[in-house]
Design a protein around this ligand. Structure first.
Ligand code: SF4
Ligand code: SF4
Length: 153
């Protein structure tokens, strides 16, 4: 088993995805359905679980970058599957494997802070806002806080 296969095996085992019975309860409570107009089964926890189990090249799939990591799906899952833990691990593997095109970096400090699909979605919704509002959203939360503090001292 390669290092990468080993990481996938661990991620699948620790999140409990082998127990998934495809009931869809996690999809019914997933907040992404309300947040994203482009929500689809591909993006849903069940969809991500299915693709992971099918061995698709899931770390290159932009759909792993929309999740809020709320873990609401686990609270209702009859099998105790953790969609959050799985997606968190998949993101970690993607970064370790240098599949980073879906990660947004702060334009000030360079730290990773957001996923590109989520950022693009928010920017599209805010396209009528003045540029200075959108500029703030290019910064990570700590840089935003620092700039705000500097402005107010
Ligand atoms: S609630 Fe649990 S068992 Fe049902 S589809 Fe979601 S992960 Fe699978
Ligand atoms: S952890 Fe992610 S996939 Fe699971 S319910 Fe929350 S947003 Fe949906």
């Amino acid at each position: 088993m390669t290092n990468s296969e080993d990481k996938f095996a661990k991620a699948k085992k620790s999140s409990g995805v082998y127990g998934c019975v495809e009931c869809g309860k996690c999809v019914a409570v997933c907040p992404m359905a309300e947040m994203y107009t482009n929500f689809s089964i591909e993006m849903s926890p069940r969809g991500i679980i299915k693709k992971t189990l099918n061995g698709n090249n899931i770390i290159t799939d932009e759909n792993i970058w929309y999740c809020t990591e709320c873990n609401a799906g686990t609270d209702v899952c009859p099998q105790g599957v953790s969609c959050r833990d799985l997606i968190r691990d998949l993101r970690k593997i993607a970064i370790e494997e240098n599949v980073v095109e879906n990660i947004k970096y702060c334009t000030r400090c360079g730290k990773q802070f957001l996923s590109v699909p989520a950022k693009n979605f928010v920017f599209k919704r805010l396209k009528e806002e003045p540029p200075n509002v959108l500029d703030v959203l290019e910064l990570c939360p700590s840089c935003r806080r620092e700039i705000y503090m500097l402005r107010n001292t």
